[in-house]
Write a protein that binds this ligand. Structure first.
Ligand code: SAM
Length: 179
C-alpha cells in the first residue's frame, strides 16, 4: 500500500509542478515536430562547431540530437521547469553527450546572461517570451549570431528568412541574425 501511495504522490507532484510551470511560462514542454527539427538542424552549416543554445529545452528533444549531430559543437540546454529538466538529467545517464550542458534557469531572470561565445540559438517559445528575451539577446550576443525560431516570430526583429514547411503542427521556421 505504501508503494502505491508513493507512486500516486509522485505522479500528483510531477503533474502539478509541470502544470504550474506551464501556466507561469505560458508554454508547455511540447517538443518541436520531427519535420521542423530536421529543417532547423539543416539550417546550421554542415560540420558546425560553434556554441549553440536551446532556449527552453523541454525534454531535450532538440538539445540531445543537436549534440549528437554536431559533436564539435558545445550545446547549452536552458530550461526552467523542474520536471523536464530532471528528465534531461536522467536522459543524459543513458544518452551520454559530452558536449551538452543542461542548466535549470529562468532565462528572464535579471542575473541570467547568454554566453557571448554563442554562435547559434534554437528555440520554440511563444512570441511574448521571445519579445521579453529580445533585449537580453541583443545585449549578450554578438551581432550576426544566428537565431532559428520554430513557429513563432520575434516581435521587433526582421527575419532574414521564413521557411514554410509541410507540417501542420510546426508550419514555419523564422531565421534571424542578431542586429
Ligand atoms: C515548447 S518547449 C520547446 C522544447 C524544445 N526546445 C523543442 O523545441 O523541442 C518550450 C520550453 O521552454 C521552457 N521555458 C519557457 N520559458 C522559459 C524561461 N523563461 N526560462 C527557461 N525555460 C523556459 C518551457 O518550460 C518549455 O519546456
Amino acid at each position: 500500500m505504501l508503494f502505491e501511495y508513493s507512486v500516486l504522490a509522485f505522479v500528483v507532484i510531477t503533474c502539478s509542478l509541470s502544470l504550474i510551470y506551464c501556466v507561469v511560462t505560458g508554454i508547455s514542454p511540447v517538443p518541436s515536430s520531427k519535420g521542423s527539427k530536421k529543417h532547423m538542424f539543416d539550417l546550421l552549416p554542415a560540420g558546425f562547431s560553434g556554441e549553440v543554445c536551446d532556449l527552453g529545452a523541454g525534454w531535450g528533444s532538440l538539445a540531445f540530437p543537436l549534440a549528437q549531430r554536431f559533436p564539435k559543437s558545445q550545446v547549452y540546454a536552458y530550461e526552467i521547469s523542474p520536471v523536464p529538466w530532471l528528465v534531461m538529467q536522467v536522459r543524459r545517464i543513458f544518452q551520454i553527450r559530452q558536449n551538452l550542458t543542461i542548466q535549470r534557469v529562468n532565462m528572464l531572470n535579471k542575473s541570467f546572461a547568454f554566453r557571448a561565445e554563442t554562435a547559434a540559438v534554437v528555440c520554440y517559445l511563444h512570441s511574448e517570451a521571445l519579445e521579453r528575451l529580445r533585449p537580453k539577446l541583443e545585449r549578450d550576443l554578438n551581432t550576426g549570431t544566428l537565431i532559428i525560431s520554430n513557429v513563432f516570430e520575434i516581435p521587433g526583429w526582421q527575419p532574414e528568412a521564413v521557411h514554410e514547411i509541410d507540417d501542420g503542427f510546426c508550419p514555419q521556421i523564422y531565421v534571424y541574425r542578431v542586429p
